[in-house]
Design a protein around this ligand. Structure first.
Ligand code: SAH
Ligand code: MG
Length: 219
C-alpha cells in the first residue's frame, strides 16, 4: 500500500505511527484485510471520516462499498447515534461484513444491502431515503453513475466523501497512468471536474490516503 502512495513515504510512516493502534475486532479485521488483500481505506482516511462525523454530528450515513465492514464499524463507533446503511456487491465479503457487525454488537445500527450500487442507489433514491453523509468507496469507474442518486439523497448541509479519487496519483498525471487503467482515470478526472464545478457543491480535493474529495452540499 505504501508503495503506491500519493504521499512521501516518510510522511505516511510518521502519520501511521502517531495514529492510535486498533485493538480486538478492528485489529483482527486489519490483519484479515492485509492477508487476503481485501481493500480497506487508509488509516488516515478513516480517521478523517471519524473526525468529520463527530464534527458534523452526522447521523444518517450511507456507504457505497462495505468490503468486510471495517469502515462501517469505525464510522458507527464515531457517533453512538449514527445509523449506517452500506451497500456491497460481493456476496462473500458481504457475508463477512454482516458477521463483523454482529460481533461488534452493531447489527442494530448498521444495515447492509447486498447488490450492485448501480441498481440499489436508484431504489434507495426512489424510496426517498435521505442521508447527511455519503461515503463512496467502491468501483472508481462508476462514481459518475453513482452521483445522481447520491445527490438526490444528500440533504442540504450534507457531506459527500469520495475515496480513492487520485488513484495512486494516476488521476493527476498521465506519466503514471497504466494503459489498462486509462478509462478509469478518465472517468475519475471527469468526476472530479464535475464535483468541483457543481453549483450545489463546495468540493475540496485532498491528498489524504489515496485521494479524497469532500463535497459539501450548500443548496
Ligand atoms: N469501505 C471499505 C472498503 C471498500 S473496498 C473499508 O474502507 O473498509 C470497495 C468495495 O466496493 C469492494 O468490496 C467491492 O466489492 C465493492 N464494490 C465495487 N463495485 C460495487 C458496486 N457497483 N456496488 C456495490 N459494491 C461495489
Ligand atoms: Mg477506499
Amino acid at each position: 500500500m505504501i508503495d503506491d502512495s500519493i504521499n512521501y513515504e516518510y510522511i505516511l510512516r510518521y502519520i501511521h505511527d502517531v495514529l492510535p493502534k486498533q485493538e480486538g475486532l478492528l485489529a483482527e479485521l486489519e490483519k484479515f484485510a492485509k492477508e487476503h488483500e481485501v481493500p480497506i481505506s487508509q488509516p488516515e482516511t478513516i480517521k478523517m471520516l471519524e473526525v468529520l462525523i463527530k464534527l458534523g454530528g452526522r447521523k444518517n450515513i450511507l456507504e457505497v462499498g462495505s468490503a468486510i465492514g471495517y469502515s462501517a464499524v469505525r464510522m458507527a463507533m464515531a457517533n453512538p447515534e449514527a445509523e449506517i446503511q452500506t451497500i456491497e456487491i460481493n456476496h462473500d465479503v458481504a457475508e463477512y461484513a454482516k458477521r463483523t457487525f454482529k460481533r461488534a454488537g452493531l447489527s442494530d445500527r448498521i444495515r447492509l444491502t447486498e447488490g450492485d450500487a448501480n441498481v440499489v442507489l436508484p431504489q434507495f433514491a426512489a424510496d426517498e431515503m435521505k442521508f447527511d453523509m455519503i461515503f463512496v468507496d467502491a468501483a472508481k469507474a462508476q462514481y459518475l453513475n453513482f452521483f445522481e442518486p447520491c445527490m438526490n439523497m444528500l440533504v442540504c448541509g450534507g457531506l459527500l466523501v469520495s475515496d480513492n479519487i487520485l488513484y495512486k496519483g494516476m488521476t493527476a498525471t498521465d506519466e503514471l497512468v497504466l494503459h489498462r487503467k486509462r478509462t478509469i482515470v478518465k472517468r475519475l478526472r471527469g468526476y472530479i471536474d464535475m464535483l468541483c464545478s457543481h453549483p450545489q457543491l463546495d468540493t475540496a480535493v485532498l491528498p489524504v490516503g489515496d485521494g479524497v474529495a469532500l463535497s459539501y452540499r450548500s443548496v
